[in-house]
Structures are given as C-alpha cells and as structure tokens.
Ligand binder design. Structure first.
Ligand SMILES: [Zn+2]
Length: 96
C-alpha cells in the first residue's frame, strides 16, 4: 500500500501540500509556445526548494518554478487514475 491509498476503504487519497517537500520527485507539465503551436509535455524532477505554495523543481540542468497545485508526486497514481478511480471519503484518511 502506498501512502496514496487508504488502508480503511482501499480508495485513493489525493496528494496534499504536505506531500511536496525538498527531495521529493514530482511530475509537472511544461508548455512550449511557438508562433505556430503550443506543445505540452510532462517532465519529472526533484524539488529543490519550497516557499509559500510554490516549489522549485530541478529537471536536468533547469529549475522550474511551479505552484503546488501544478505538481503531482511521482510515486502517486497518475492524475488519470484519480479522475477514473474512487477517492477516499473517510473522515480521517488512514494511509500506510
Ligand atoms: Zn478511506
């Protein structure tokens, strides 16, 4: 069981702000705009710093600044899983 699954109901637990800390690996989107098109790709990086709801994420040689709500923990189920799956509604989620 990962910490993103409730041990009581077995359903998914959404990542919260406390899941984003220095050293955590996260997935985020990078938008490249050219005059002709907009390309969105996803990157995986490691959080270098956090400040007031934002994180600096290192991917390769670059550091990307992203709000927590634009980040997804790399070890959590994919965002699509959250859309399709059942979310934990326990009053006090209990994860392993
Ligand atoms: Zn639950």
């Amino acid at each position: 069981m990962s910490k993103y699954h409730c041990v009581i109901c077995g359903n998914l637990i959404k990542p919260t702000d406390s899941d984003f800390f220095v050293g955590e690996n996260v997935v985020f989107a990078v938008v490249k705009e050219t005059t002709k098109s907009t390309k969105i790709s996803t990157k995986t990086g490691r959080i270098e710093w956090v400040k007031e709801g934002y994180a600096g994420v290192r991917s390769g040689k670059k550091i990307f600044t992203r709000a927590f709500n634009k980040l997804h923990p790399a070890d959590a189920p994919s965002p699509l899983t959250y859309i399709l799956g059942k979310l934990c509604e326990c009053e006090v989620p209990n994860h392993g």
